[in-house]
Design a protein around this ligand. Structure first.
Ligand SMILES: C[S@@+](CC[C@H](N)C(=O)[O-])C[C@H]1O[C@@H](n2cnc3c(N)ncnc32)[C@H](O)[C@@H]1O
Length: 286
């Protein structure tokens, strides 16, 4: 068995860990009947942030980065994938504390940004840092529970979901994909999905799932994948996984202006180089 296959073997400890995650969630359900995993997981994070805890993407106390610059590289990556005109209406689905959103708010014309999240708790932490900009640029902010219909009326040209898809519990997948496709209802509308890929579905942390690329493609139908931006591979809980941003387009009979502006990244060379490096590292560990 080669080292990558070995690392992907389902280990007993991973199974035990998954049981533990579910036990905690089911315990939570007893006092929150009818609740869903995202509410449980978000509440857990809100409690940690309220105690002054650090987070990679949420709140103002980020690991290794200032809030104002923490989301810039992701923002640039998304802009590289779709050369977005200032008048395009952008929906940031799972906007969290506006770490990436703030750069779109500044870049787009007034009123052209809509940030949605499960909870306002995260959003308010971003507003604390950037309240003036949010107000001056007439950025719309809301929760998925209360403001989905308003986001649909917003008539987005493009929606992005950064660091979200890997946190979607399988039981919430239907709702997630239905919502994002409902928001981008216009022909040629674009959805940029940041995903974690693995040849078969794995749960690699309490709130972390990876799926094969064709799973995402099926869920996104009738949208078509028109771009695949490889980010980087990583190794966690015994699995080798890859990060991607997948570019999807809602089909249309005519060609749109946005379509002409999409610059697809065909960086196969970079992808192959990363995989080679990963294989070498794995071989050296044996
Ligand atoms: C890791 S944070 C990323 C925040 C932001 N996109 C960023 O990259 O800075 C994950 C976000 O996903 C949101 N989230 C979790 N489950 C979700 C769901 N089912 N639908 C939409 N958003 C969800 C959380 O509330 C949280 O804000």
């Amino acid at each position: 068995m080669n080292s990558i296959a070995k690392a992907n073997t389902f280990s007993a400890s991973t199974v035990d860990q998954n049981d533990l995650y579910d036990r905690e969630f089911h315990e939570w359900l007893k006092s929150n009947p009818g609740g869903v995993f995202s509410q449980y997981s978000v509440q857990d994070t809100v409690n940690k942030l309220n105690k002054g805890g650090k987070h990679h993407t949420l709140g103002g106390n980020l690991y290794g980065a200032e809030w104002s610059t923490g989301g810039i590289s992701f923002f640039k990556r998304l802009r590289r994938l779709a050369d977005i005109p200032r008048y395009a209406r952008i929906c940031d689905y799972g906007c969290g504390s506006l770490r990436i959103g703030i750069h779109f708010i500044k870049q787009q014309n007034s009123g052209c940004y809509y940030g949605l999240d499960v909870t306002r708790d995260f959003i308010e932490q971003g507003v604390e840092f950037a309240g003036d900009v949010v107000q001056n640029r007439c950025a719309k902010l809301g929760t998925i529970g209360n403001d989905l219909e308003s986001a649909v009326k917003f008539d987005a040209d493009l929606l992005f979901a950064a660091n979200i898809v890997c946190h979607i519990h399988p039981e919430e997948a239907e709702t997630f994909y239905a919502n994002i496709k409902k928001i981008v209802h216009r022909p040629n509308g674009i959805i940029l999905l940041h995903v974690v890929e693995h040849p078969f579905m794995v749960r690699y942390q309490k709130s972390g799932w990876a799926w094969p690329l064709d799973f995402y493609d099926k869920k996104m139908r009738p949208f078509r994948r028109v771009g695949t931006d490889f980010m980087k591979p990583f190794h966690k809980a015994g699995y080798f996984m890859n990060g991607y941003v997948l570019v999807y387009e809602r089909p249309a009979k005519s060609v749109s202006i946005l379509k002409n502006l999409i610059h697809l990244v065909k960086d196969k060379y970079r992808e192959q180089k990363y995989h080679k490096k990963l294989r070498l590292q794995a071989r050296n560990k044996d």
